[in-house]
Design a protein around this ligand. Structure first.
Ligand code: DGL
Length: 263
């Protein structure tokens, strides 16, 4: 039985896996976290494209029927280039979040936060404008958010202070909707909401991504008809670190994370 392949630069893509398990409990999932080369957020476009192709080649060897690029940086830089190279459907995390944000925004002022790479690529901006040319898009990179989440700093004055600084331009522009354009940011939702105010809608694309994958599998008649999916987790380095963080991102513990040399 074929699996859904998911890759991310590290542990963050488990937020997408969590939603996939919730919405598609009978699907097999193979996850690859490129922990040897994380973070992608500060790497160049060429490098992120190369890493993404290597990760996809690894997943294709695991007999997958669809690939989800669960990393926003890889989706921003690599997906537009690589999606035509492979026969398997490849789904990124950008378009599903953009669709929801454009639909949700009333004042058509949309904020996007992500890694330096994601913001520099301007992929979110381009996709929002394509759906609604009149929308005003305000972006900000929040590079300290990833280490905060990985170190378990999900609240407190230091995090709030940093968030206030990063989110200032979004507040000043009066955005009513903000896309959490990085795998790690949903874990800082309460801090971000506190800074932006309770009326601002925060878009966590994981739910939409899983929903989109479900639709594609159904329309191509690829849904697993058996009961209870299997999940396998691979990393390129440090399986102990990955397992330790999995609880935070996935909500459950992970045993049997395998280290592979995929490159
Ligand atoms: N997974 C990355 C993203 O969503 C964040 C971590 C990294 O920089 O690699 O952009």
């Amino acid at each position: 039985m074929k699996s859904i392949g998911v890759f991310d630069s590290g542990v963050g893509g488990l937020t997408v896996v969590k939603e996939l398990i919730r919405q598609l409990p009978n699907e097999n999932i193979v996850y690859f976290g490129d922990t040897a080369r994380v973070p992608y957020g500060i790497k160049s476009r060429e490098t992120v494209i190369r890493f993404s192709i290597e990760n996809i080649l690894f997943l294709l060897k695991q007999d997958v029927k669809l690939i989800c690029v669960a990393c926003n940086t890889a989706s921003s830089f690599a997906l537009p280039v690589i999606k035509n190279y492979f026969r398997a459907p490849i789904i990124g995390v950008i378009t599903p979040g953009v669709r929801e944000a454009v639909y949700a925004s009333q004042n058509k002022r949309i904020g996007v936060i992500g890694t330096k790479g994601t913001i520099k690529s301007r992929t979110y901006e381009a996709e929002i404008k394509q759906l609604d040319p009149k929308a005003k898009v305000v972006t900000a990179s929040c590079p300290l958010f990833v280490p905060f989440v990985e170190e378990g700093w999900l609240s407190g004055e230091v995090v709030l202070d940093v968030a206030r600084g990063y989110l200032k331009p979004l507040k000043a522009a009066g955005v009513d909707t903000v896309i959490l354009g990085c795998t790690h940011y949903p874990l800082l939702k309460s801090v971000i909401q506190q800074v932006l105010g309770k009326d601002v809608i925060l878009i966590d694309s994981a739910k939409q991504v899983a929903c989109e994958i479900k639709k594609i599998l159904a329309s191509e008649d690829l849904l697993n008809r058996g009961k209870g999916g299997k999940r396998s987790f691979y990393v390129s380095d440090n399986p102990e670190w990955f397992s330790g963080l999995a609880q935070r991102f996935l909500g459950s513990q992970l045993k049997n994370v395998k280290k592979v040399n995929n490159v």
